[in-house]
Design a protein around this ligand. Structure first.
Ligand SMILES: [Zn+2]
Length: 643
């Protein structure tokens, strides 16, 4: 059946008001890698992502900005599209829940369920935050039944609502899961869902009258369809449930949803119950991944440790970032993001293992065979015998979404290839005049070349650009992503002409890197207290001019003051200045300074001081700790006005 070769994979639709962070990047890169892998396995893949654009928070955010919710989502959904472009995501479609195709589908589903009696009218009651106009589930309430967002007390509210008769389909869903143990992955989530289902599921409210920004219930427009009910249906909309039966039947039974573990109840309970009510096949797999912490701490806006994927890609390169995310954690577990671990991974796995294998091999083919890959009658070696096993390990790992295991298998092969160089010592063979050694050298070089040709193929779904760069240096015209694993034949690379290029992953100097990090993390100056704002006319009242210190004397008994004679070009004046702690008399004599000339004269230690010399200083407890004079940067006549 043709359907066996289709593969429909989805990310959750992301809440459009979120700032894209590492969690979004991770889910989407995981889906992208899987989509690319399946395409290379010959599947007809449909890869969907998009944005969830309805709900109270959008409405409120739009109101603060003074624009309509539609204008707001039109502006901000682009944040996600931009990120997917930067992360080289190969999605086939990007759905927005405010699109016409989606609104029509949701309304059609809603009507069908009303017509068959699976959606009915009742009364919803729950804890409600009046100022935020939103219900708060009991497990999300703050202390003493307060709103988790604004902290104000919640009130119990009742409203007319439509309910989805999901409870009716629970036994059928339990039976399905019992027969399909891989329908929810990993196993820990499967168990969680099974025990939740067995504990009983109540019918869920699927409409609100208190909300405006959403899809109206067809025929009863004072109700708006509850956002989750609306959002989940996107997976059907995008493959033509409403208007493209051919596309729908092609992809539907082979659908995979990738989700974070926080939204599995919606995906593994609500959603399948909706599908059962609609008489549709259930998703083949729902895969739940863990959360990311940052340097061991929970990621949050208030901690200021939210990892910005744009920044990471800019600093370390896209493929290094993709590699790190997928290699770092066993899929399904929580992962910890640390830049240090990322940098170490770049240096060891990417620069050392992969980069060196490519460099050394191409260097030798260049020196010993003038850039042409030699052929030999029997290309088989330990590496060629290892490769089918690597392919099947990668396949098995990816069928279980164990990206880390797949990468581990690939890197074991890369390490084995590096070891092969050390064992066979081609530089010795190259010096020998024996015919048998010449044959051996050809054999070694061909095998190394083939291991790189295979490595390029294997890493392509994970690191598409790097794979392409490797192939280009190997002198292979094809983009590895367009190849099929089955078409790989060991030895077929003989006769190729290499094109040695740039180093794949330059090593990062750890010392320099740490220094730069420390500088970046150094505490910034605290915001100082400020004076009230003044107008330019206030500032203009202060007359300041360039002057030169012509004489500097100590004042007996004063610890702080010097008596200075300053020349303004048009007159000379005496000024007392409290800068004794910072200069010697010699240092000051001859210095050009800025003098406030229209300050009311003052008597200091019995001397009349006419003016004030400008200084910058760092003060602590009212005392200057550091101090410097302001001095004209270029030569300019004495008496010049400062403005
Ligand atoms: Zn509130």
């Amino acid at each position: 059946m043709a359907q066996d070769k289709t593969f429909y994979i989805t990310t959750p639709i992301y809440y459009v008001n979120d700032i894209p962070h590492i969690g979004h990047a991770y889910t989407t890169i995981a889906c992208d890698t899987m989509a690319r892998y399946k395409r290379m396995k010959g599947y007809d893949v449909h890869f969907l992502t998009g944005t969830d654009e309805h709900g109270q928070k959008i409405q409120a955010a739009a109101e603060t900005k003074g624009i309509t919710p539609q204008q707001l989502v039109d502006q901000i959904h682009v944040n996600f599209k931009d990120l997917w472009r930067v992360l080289n995501i190969s999605n086939d479609d990007f759905i927005r829940t405010t699109e016409d195709r989606h609104i029509k589908t949701v309304q059609a589903v809603f009507r069908k369920l009303i017509d068959q009696g699976d959606i009915y009218k009742g009364t919803y009651s729950g804890y409600y935050c009046v100022p935020d106009e939103t219900y708060v589930p009991e497990n999300a309430m703050g202390p003493n039944k307060t709103c988790p967002d604004c902290g104000r007390p919640l009130t119990i509210m009742e409203e007319e609502s439509y309910f989805f008769r999901g409870s009716k389909y629970v036994p059928e869903l339990i039976k399905y899961y019992e027969e399909h143990m891989k329908a929810v992955m990993p196993r820990v989530r499967y168990n969680e869902i099974m025990s939740f289902l067995k504990g009983g599921v109540r019918d869920q409210s699927v409409s609100r009258t208190s909300l405006k920004w959403g899809i109206p219930v067809p025929g009863d427009e004072k109700h708006v369809i509850y956002v989750w009910f609306d959002a989940l249906i996107n997976y059907m909309t995008a493959v033509g449930y409403l208007d493209n039966p051919e596309m729908f039947s092609k992809y539907w039974p082979n659908v995979r949803h990738m989700v974070g573990k926080d939204i599995i109840r919606f995906h593994c309970v609500t959603w399948p119950l909706m599908l059962l009510a609609l008489g549709l096949p259930l998703p083949a797999e729902i895969i739940a991944h863990g959360w990311w912490t940052v340097d061991g701490e929970k990621m949050s806006k208030t901690r200021g440790n939210v990892v910005d994927p744009f920044k990471m890609v800019k600093a370390y390169g896209l493929d290094a970032f993709r590699y790190f995310l997928l290699r770092e954690v066993p899929f399904g577990n929580d992962g910890d993001f640390s830049e240090l671990a990322l940098v170490s991974g770049i240096n060891s796995d990417l620069a050392n293992d992969l980069g060196n294998l490519l460099n050394r091999t191409l260097q030798m083919i260049q020196s010993y065979r003038e850039g042409t890959v030699p052929s030999c009658s029997d290309a088989s070696s330990e590496l060629s015998r290892m490769y089918p096993e690597v392919l099947s390990r990668v396949d098995e790992a990816l069928n279980n979404y164990a990206y880390d295991e797949a990468l581990k298998a690939i890197w074991e092969f890369i390490s084995r290839s590096n070891k092969f160089i050390d064992e066979t010592m081609p530089w010795k063979l190259a010096k020998s005049q024996e015919d048998s050694d010449k044959v051996s050298l050809s054999h070694v070089l061909l095998n190394l070349y083939e291991s790189l040709r295979l490595a390029g193929l294997l890493i392509a779904p994970f690191m598409p650009d790097t794979a392409k760069r490797i192939y280009s240096q190997l002198g292979q015209d094809a983009d590895p992503l367009t190849l099929n694993y089955e078409s790989f034949t060991w030895g077929a690379g003989a006769g190729s002409t290499i094109k040695k290029g740039e180093v794949l992953f330059p090593r990062i100097d750890l010392k320099e890197w740490k220094k730069a990090r420390e500088a970046e993390n150094a505490p910034k100056a605290e915001e100082p207290p400020h004076e009230a704002e003044i107008g330019i006319e206030d500032f203009g009242k202060v007359e300041m001019r360039v002057a030169q210190v012509v004489k500097c004397e100590e004042i007996p008994k004063s610890k702080k003051l010097y008596k200075l004679e300053v020349d303004l070009g048009y007159e000379k004046r005496t000024v007392c200045s409290g800068i004794k702690a910072f200069f010697t008399t010699e240092e000051l004599t001859g210095k050009r300074v800025i003098l406030v000339t229209n300050l009311k004269p003052a008597k200091l230690m019995g001397i009349e001081s006419k003016g004030m010399i400008l200084c910058a200083s760092v003060k602590k407890d009212g005392k200057s700790e550091q101090l410097t004079l302001l001095t004209p940067e270029k030569d300019i006549p004495l008496g010049s006005r400062v403005s």
